[in-house]
Design a protein around this ligand. Sequence first.
Ligand SMILES: C[S@@+](CC[C@H](N)C(=O)[O-])C[C@H]1O[C@@H](n2cnc3c(N)ncnc32)[C@H](O)[C@@H]1O
Length: 251
Amino acid sequence: MAVSGAKPMGATDEAGAARAVRQMFDSIAPRYDLLNHVLSANVDRLWWRRAARRFRCILERPEAEVLDICCGTGDMTMALLKWRPKGARPVLAADFSRNMLERGARKFGPGARAGAPYAVPIEADALHLPLGDASLDLIVTAFGFRNLANYEAGLTEFHRALKPGGRLGILEFSEPGGWLGKAYAVYFRRVLPAIGRAIIGREGPYSYLPASVGSFPPPAELLALMRRVGYGECAWQPYTFGIAGLYTAVR
Ligand SMILES: C[S@@+](CC[C@H](N)C(=O)[O-])C[C@H]1O[C@@H](n2cnc3c(N)ncnc32)[C@H](O)[C@@H]1O
C-alpha cells in the first residue's frame, strides 16, 4: 500500500514537504478566511459544525481533554467550543504555522471569549505533539491531515496521545465519483485556482490544494491505514455528495 504524505512542489523529502507547507500557510494566513468562505460558498461552516456535533457526547463533558490539531485560523475550534459547557477544560488548538495560529487565537483564545469556554493556542507539529501519552479524549483535525508529510506517522502520533477509548475525527476533502465528480473536478482544478490566484495575487497555494486532494488516499485506503496503525471502529461519512467527509476511529 503506497500511502505516504503530502508532496508540495519542489519538496524532495519529508522535512522539505513540512517546511513548504508551513511557509505556504504562513504566507496566505491574512487572506485564508476570506478565500475559504468565497471558494466554498460558506459550505465549510456546515462541515465544521456537523463534525463537531458528531463528538458532542465527549465535548459536553467538562473534564474532557480535546485537541484540534492543524487548527489554522480556528473555525473548527470555534465549532468545538460551542459544545463545551461553562467552566470546561480549555480545548487545545495546535498548528505549526505561527501566522495561522495567531489569527485563530484572536477568535478562540481566553482574551476573545469573555468568560466563555476557550482554547489554548499551541505552536506545534502534528507529527511531534508536545503532549503526554494517553492524555487526550478527542483529537479532531479539519482540512489539515492531508498536508502532513507522513500520514502513517500522523496517525501513529495521534494514537499515542489518545487515551484508550479516545476518539479521532479527521475532516478532509475527497473526490466524488460520477457526473458530479466530473463537474466538481472542473471547478476544483480550474476555477478555484484561478479565483485563489486573483485574490492572493500569485500562483501556488491554490494550485497545491487540488493537487493535494488528488493525491490524498481515497477513503478505503485511509481506513485501511487507520486499522493498520491500531485504530478500531474506523468509518468514513461523506459530506455534501462526498466533496468532503469525516473519518472517525477509536483508539
Ligand atoms: C487548510 S488549513 C485548515 C485550518 C483549519 N483547521 C480549518 O478547517 O480551516 C491546514 C492547516 O494545517 C496546518 N498544518 C499542516 N501541517 C501541519 C503539521 N505537520 N503540524 C501542524 N499544523 C500543520 C497548516 O499550518 C494550516 O494552518
